[in-house]
Design a binder for this molecule. Structure first.
Ligand code: SF4
Ligand code: SF4
Length: 68
């Protein structure tokens, strides 16, 4: 299992994590973060390979992938 968490206070909705996920785990949610942008969510967490591309690419350190 894996836990993918997005800090809505820091996320600016740039979607870099979504487009750089090789497994299509992430998608834009309907939820707005502190800055007013739609934040990502893990829609297919079971497909996550824990490569951490999303974590590394995020300019705002807003997404974290951890062993569940
Ligand atoms: S760790 Fe890798 S596979 Fe998992 S959500 Fe992030 S980019 Fe996608
Ligand atoms: S890369 Fe970071 S700031 Fe951009 S949408 Fe993903 S979590 Fe939010």
């Amino acid at each position: 299992m894996v836990n993918i968490t997005v800090d809505k206070d820091f996320c600016k909705g740039c979607s870099l994590c979504i487009v750089n996920c090789p497994k299509d785990v992430l998608a834009v949610s309907k939820e707005r973060g502190k800055a007013g942008f739609l934040v990502p969510e893990a829609t297919k967490p079971e497909a996550c390979s824990k490569c951490k591309n999303c974590e590394v690419i995020c300019p705002d350190f807003a997404i974290v992938v951890e062993e569940g």
